[in-house]
Design a protein. Structure first.
Ligand code: PFF
Length: 469
């Protein structure tokens, strides 16, 4: 059964490039700029990049294509899409996606607030902010205000609708982001010790590649490409039948990978400059971005350092903003379609709700001992913060589970024949091609098996301390 709705009063993308920039905007985010470079450096440099590319194109790309095809065929939000295709029982997959979107946005917005706060501080020449990071993130009022401001910006864009809100913002933010990142890379490469930074980042070291590295690469690729929660079902539902889904998905994947890679070219020369070429003890994650880098900006001197530092955090804020927009659009589109609520009211209502859900995360970085030491998983004695718990549940667990369910649905319920029919629209020559066979094999076998394994391993490892490797 495949009931295809045709009528539409929903928004739509004005142009192919608008859709690609919006979807690439969703993909390019905090994950690219602070997580990817470090995983590369930790996971064997160039060796990790190769594994990451294989994960993106073999596993993530077919899931992306499937999500966009489901959305475009159904012409509905992530939950309604399953029903519109005739499978009401599968709405739960969309509901899992909407839940993931709300949860991810609740903590992602807090980190985005740090970035925005750092932009303001560094623009004012306040370099010691790096060494005050611990105090900065416990300043609940300040972070609360930045988080509220970030949510207002996000809701403002989503309220504007598809073409005049999300598409317009992406067309402005994404090229600006590209110019900023390239400008910063070029500047970073002129600094002393840039070569040591690049060597640390890129020289392949296959001895560091373990199964765990492969499995981290896959998790990172999945999160980075915004898969598994219906963001691309939703964005695909506004896409015209004239557009080539395969080609668009390839461009989105390439942009995401390209920007993640470039972020490393920016980051490590700066770190090498700060440490005079000594890359033996470089910290990763939040510490790298919010503690180490401000030190590098400071050592450039007051005027230049403030400029380069503020520009870097503007870049991070822009990258986060196009991602928070897509995270808010998933529940917003659900509420608009399913409950007939006007867009503006839906976007603002959900933004307020998500902000409230994010308050425990905001408090969990030192301000409240209860939320800071919130939960200790089985097999571990280190407590996790509330924010960690939400991240582990949503991005590390629900996303791969959602991705697994989406490909199983497409291959065994909706059937690959219907998937192909949708993909062939706007792609003459797709039927009968090797590409079609590749997509079928991935969607029916490779993706369900590998995503299923990842999901089980993540749950065992994260919550029960069982490490299979
Ligand atoms: N892809 C974003 C990042 O790399 O930061 C995060 C994200 C956005 C995940 C939207 C999922 C999503 F639906």
């Amino acid at each position: 059964m495949d009931a295809t709705p045709t009528t539409s009063t929903r928004g739509s993308w004005n142009s192919k490039i608008g859709f690609i920039l919006a979807a690439a905007g969703s993909a390019v985010g905090l994950g690219n700029i602070w997580k990817f470079p470090f995983e590369v450096a930790d996971g064997g440099g160039g060796a990790f990049v190769l594994i990451y590319l294989v994960c993106c194109f073999l596993l993530c790309f077919p899931v992306m294509v499937t999500e966009i095809a489901i959305g475009r065929r159904a012409h509905k939000n992530a939950v309604g899409a399953f029903e519109a295709l005739g499978y009401r029982n599968w709405r739960f997959v969309g509901l899992l996606g909407v839940t993931s979107g709300v949860l991810i946005l609740s903590f992602y917005n807090v980190v985005a607030a740090w970035a925005l706060g750092y932009f303001v501080e560094l623009a004012g020449g306040h370099f010691s902010i790096g060494s005050e990071f611990g105090t900065f993130i416990t300043d609940v009022v300040k972070i609360g205000l930045y988080a509220a401001l970030f949510m207002v910006l996000t809701a403002g864009i989503v309220s504007g609708g598809i073409s005049s809100g999300i598409e317009r913002a992406s067309k402005l933010l994404m090229p600006t982001l590209l110019v900023i990142i390239l400008g910063l890379v070029l500047y970073g490469l002129t600094l002393p010790h840039a070569a040591e930074g690049l060597r640390f980042y890129l020289i392949p070291d296959f001895s560091e590649v373990t199964l765990e590295v492969v499995y981290n690469a896959l998790g990172q690729a999945f999160f980075s490409l915004s898969l598994g929660m219906g963001a691309l079902i939703t964005y695909g539902s506004y896409l015209s039948k004239r557009e080539n889904i395969i080609e668009s998905a390839a461009l989105i994947t390439l942009t995401d990978v390209g920007i993640a890679f470039t972020a490393g070219l920016l980051m490590f020369p700066l770190v090498a400059f700060l440490n005079a070429g000594d890359m033996t003890d470089v910290q990763g994650g939040a510490g790298l971005i919010f503690v180490t880098l401000p030190g590098a900006f400071e050592s450039m001197g007051p005027g230049l350092g403030a400029f380069v530092g503020a520009t870097f955090f503007l870049l991070l804020s822009f990258a986060a903003l196009t991602s928070t927009v897509s995270l808010l659009e998933v529940p917003t589109s659900f509420v608009i379609d399913e409950f007939n609520v006007p867009r503006r009211r839906a976007a603002i209502g959900i933004a307020v709700l998500v902000f409230l859900i994010g308050i425990p995360s905001l408090l969990s970085n030192g301000a409240s001992p209860f939320f800071t030491n919130f939960v200790t998983y089985f097999g571990s004695d280190t407590p996790n913060t509330f924010m960690d718990l939400v991240e582990h549940l949503s991005s590390d667990t629900f996303l791969p589970l959602g991705g697994f369910l989406i490909v199983v649905f497409a291959a065994y319920v909706w059937k690959t024949e219907n998937l192909s029919e949708e993909l062939a629209q706007g792609a003459p020559g797709f039927r009968g091609s090797a590409l079609e066979r590749f997509i079928h094999v991935c969607v029916a076998y490779v993706c369900p098996v590998l995503l299923g394994i990842i999901f089980v391993l993540t749950v065992l490892n994260r919550f029960f301390g069982v490490s299979v490797f």
